[in-house]
Design a protein around this ligand. Structure first.
Ligand SMILES: *Cc1c(COP(=O)(O)O)cnc(C)c1O
Length: 228
């Protein structure tokens, strides 16, 4: 049976291959290990295998893991799930990144509630790039206004964009979506100098996402196994 350490090695190799294939520099794509629903013992195994960036979707679960693992001070914790406005405080107090900022109200509250003695919270704006009913995120036309607000918030650092493209489309539609996302990202990065992150690509679309400039892939199942 493959261990978490084996699966991490495989995943890193796939990322490396896709990066070479896309003629992009080595180490230009980071791996976020998505540990939602998985026990702390699995996170520790991944940590021992060298993984340092972890993503969680559920606030209570994520905060409880952060507290349990607080002696591992070099873990970088990313919130990647939807946030209700009455939960922003606990997110602002515990996470290093929030990739799922999808409205002004959430950004404002995170900025106000980030503790003064912590560094600014790194944030990505979540785009609903295929305008799907079932997904969170803003549409591209609303992006400029939200960017303008966030860049003026002292306790937030805008790092980039996050998206979950539709997964049952043709390769052509998938590539078109990824190309649109890449254009939006490049445009944003040319205007805001803290922007360096395009978070797109999961197990099923990682290679295509890397071809289209992803700088961070979010992988759960391929590392930790299927979820219940
Ligand atoms: C669950 C999740 C992932 C990882 O999905 P896998 O299919 O397990 O690799 C990535 N991004 C987000 C936003 C998720 O919710």
């Amino acid at each position: 049976m493959q261990t978490i350490a084996d699966r991490l090695i495989n995943t890193r190799q796939l990322i490396h291959k896709a990066t070479v294939y896309a003629k992009r520099p080595e180490h230009s794509v980071q791996l976020l290990a998505v540990s939602k629903t998985k026990p702390v013992s699995d996170i520790k195994l991944a940590y021992e295998a060298g993984q340092r960036m972890f993503g969680e979707n559920y606030i209570q679960e994520g905060v409880s893991k952060i507290q349990t693992l607080n002696t591992l001070t070099d873990i970088e914790w990313h919130m990647i799930g939807p946030i209700q406005s009455n939960k922003t405080k606990i997110v602002a107090e515990h996470f290093d990144w929030v990739q799922s900022v999808d409205r002004l109200k959430i950004a404002r509250r995170l900025n106000e509630q980030r503790p003064a003695d912590m560094p600014p919270l790194n944030v990505c704006i979540q785009l609903n790039i295929d305008e799907e009913e079932s997904k969170s995120g803003i549409t591209p036309k609303d992006l400029p206004d939200l960017v303008e607000e966030i860049v003026n918030m002292p306790k937030l650092t805008l790092r980039g964009l996050m998206a979950i493209p539709a997964n049952n489309t043709s390769p052509d539609a998938q590539h078109k979506t990824l190309a649109t996302l890449q254009t939006l990202f490049n445009d944003l990065a040319s205007k805001v100098d803290t922007v360096d992150t395009l978070s797109v690509g999961m197990s099923n679309d990682m290679q295509a996402a890397i071809e289209y400039g992803s700088t961070m892939v979010r992988i759960g199942t391929a590392i930790f196994g299927a979820r219940q």
